[in-house]
Write a protein that binds this ligand. Structure first.
Ligand code: GLA
Length: 375
């Protein structure tokens, strides 16, 4: 066992800021990580971790599914409602909401006909989305209990590890996954994904947080404005599997190269946006790829990633079945996802960037969501 797997759960309170009892514009909070018992799944203890940075931003994350349940960063009037939809109790997450806040793997998004061929061998996956495989299968990484450690540093950080066994959900190879969440002093939620395998396997890890920058699901996200730095996207068939084409966004409703309200062209896209944008950044370095803004709250969310794709999903399947922590129904288009990723169905699309991780290789991607306040 490697040391990251054998490490126990540690709680570290981080005190790095000189305490100033005077409340003023520049006053700072004590950065910290705390944890509380949150229940039990599969005989394993589930915790809810609270990360607080020196500005008083708070993010809560569970080791069940690596789920981000809450993120407050004040709006321009100082209101502190969460910009991520979610629930206060583990029992609601066990009712299988559609990947709210979750870590998604082994393969984020769809694999067509729930199968792929690798090195001459066909692998069959569970068809959990019509005839296709979605988000890692029946029990993907969003539904398992991860091991957790907190890092003793000046910045609150939570490291989650999971060993996905050879054959789990039909995928080959023992995959060791390490995901590190960090809440920085610049109000960024940084997510670093690492993995190694002992057999070649597809890997495509992402986070499925649903954002509403107003902090109130009574508002849809159709008035949010969005810029995506992508000149192309991957069109899909009726079951949301890419056709394999890479098409220009210019002159289509998919053109977000200049910021525009999400609702402006959405009616021309049957079902709403649920597509992969081919990001212009191509060299794998960390780049700003999208900016989401809400003028009412004054909040913007910048997205940085090393990934080549972004799944922009306008909550088209949200139907009011789940009730947000504030008691309000989570209805159609009341939240959106910006899932940084490789392209859907890459294992069956030789012209897409490869998602195959080989033994001896290190999978490493990084994504940052950063809240910026425009006063
Ligand atoms: C992704 C998919 C959507 C949907 C959601 C979960 O974003 O692309 O089609 O399955 O996850 O509901």
């Amino acid at each position: 066992m490697t040391k990251w797997f054998s490490a126990g759960l540690i709680i570290v309170a981080i005190a790095f800021i000189s305490c100033n009892s005077t409340q003023n514009e520049n006053s700072t909070t004590m950065a910290a990580i705390t944890k509380k018992d949150w229940g039990e799944v599969d005989g394993k203890q589930v915790y809810l971790y609270t990360l607080t940075n020196k500005n008083g931003d708070v993010v809560t994350i569970s080791n069940y599914g690596g789920t981000v349940t809450f993120w407050t960063s004040p709006d321009k009037s100082g209101n502190k409602s969460s910009i991520i939809i979610g629930f206060d109790s583990l029992s609601t997450y066990l009712q299988k909401p559609p990947y709210f806040g979750a870590l998604v793997g082994r393969y984020g998004n769809r694999i067509g006909d729930a199968k792929f061929t690798l090195d001459g061998k066909e692998y069959k996956l569970a068809a959990n989305n019509g005839k296709n495989a979605l988000h890692g299968g029946l029990k993907g990484f969003d539904k398992v209990v991860w091991n957790a450690t907190t890092v003793s540093d000046t910045i609150p950080s939570l490291t989650l590890t999971y060993l996905s066994k050879d054959g789990e959900e039909g995928y080959p190879g023992n995959l060791k996954v390490i995901v590190q969440y960090t809440l920085t002093e610049d109000n960024e939620l940084k997510i670093e994904y690492n993995a190694t395998t002992d057999k070649a396997t597809p890997v495509n890890l992402t986070n499925h947080s649903y954002f509403n920058l107003t902090g109130d699901v009574n508002n849809t996200i159709l008035n949010h404005s969005l810029m995506i730095d992508a000149d192309n996207y991957t069109p899909v068939d009726t079951s949301l599997i890419p056709t394999g084409e890479i098409k220009p966004v210019k002159g289509t409703p998919f053109d977000f190269t200049t910021a525009k309200p999400i609702g402006r062209d959405i009616d021309s896209v049957p079902g709403g946006y649920d597509h992969n944008w081919v990001l212009n950044s191509k060299d794998g370095s960390l780049q700003k790829v999208a900016v989401l803004s809400d003028s009412v709250s004054g909040r913007s969310l910048e997205v940085y990633t090393t990934e080549p794709g972004l799944q922009f999903y306008t909550g088209n399947f949200l139907d009011g079945k789940f009730i947000n922590r504030d008691g309000k129904a989570i209805n159609l288009h009341t939240a959106l996802c910006m899932e940084t990723q490789h392209f859907p169905d890459s294992p069956n699309k030789p012209n897409f960037p490869s998602t195959i991780l080989q033994p001896g290789q290190q999978y490493h991607t990084e994504t940052i969501y950063k809240v910026v306040l425009n006063k």
